[in-house]
Design a binder for this molecule. Sequence first.
Ligand SMILES: Nc1ncnc2c1ncn2[C@@H]1O[C@H](COP(=O)(O)OP(=O)(O)O)[C@@H](O)[C@H]1O
Ligand SMILES: [Mg+2]
Length: 235
Amino acid sequence: MIKVEDLEVWYGKILAVSEISIEVKKGEIVGLIGPNGAGKSTIVNSIIGVVRSKKGKIEMNGERIENLPTHEIIKRGVTIAPEGRRLFPFLTVEENLMMGAINAEAWKKRREVLEMIYSRFPRLKERKAQLAGTLSGGEQQMLTIARALMSSPKLLLVDEPSLGLAPKIALEVYKLLKSLRDEGGITILLADQNARRVLEISDRAYIVENGRIVMQGVSEELLGDENVRRVYLGL
Ligand SMILES: Nc1ncnc2c1ncn2[C@@H]1O[C@H](COP(=O)(O)OP(=O)(O)O)[C@@H](O)[C@H]1O
Ligand SMILES: [Mg+2]
């Protein structure tokens, strides 16, 4: 579905990532793991077109997208639940969701998609009139993901969904992501520092360090790898 080839991104004179090649196939959950500052956000933000690469290409279903404006990339079925959540704290849950109906097509279908989202996220339905800023951290993360779903995406990019959440709540968010793939048919690229959690729910994963991919493979195999266990899982 998405193929990134030899991506290189600079912030001014700072080289953020280079030689990044990753692939996400339809129906997969693919993990992007690495410590803070490794380059995970840079990669997902490049796919959605918020960050521009200096080199490399990004293909979606065989079509080059790296030079398209973000709204065109979204139109092709990519969406992002960004790091830090970026909700509108003084808007209600429902108003935040409506903000995710980001183009004309999504806007036309918004009522129908909203109902679908409410049935999957009953907590958000209960709280639809509540201000987003007053939700708990876990609920805010759910809302961030739900808002991203308002554009009826094929590929969901999720950046640090478990940041700042208690382990139990983070697990709930991860279960939700898995159900979105298993029952909702959504393909997911999941960037998160928590290697264990990502490896437990993903099919394959890439480990990023200092802007480069240092390891990749089937998640189950990575979970069993001696090196990964020592360096990333602290075992
Ligand atoms: N807007 C920016 N300006 C300058 N440097 C940045 C910017 N955003 C990220 N970086 C740098 O790029 C590198 C990768 O960051 P990032 O992609 O956010 O990593 P991660 O998401 O894995 O924590 C880091 O060294 C970070 O300091
Ligand atoms: Mg990040």
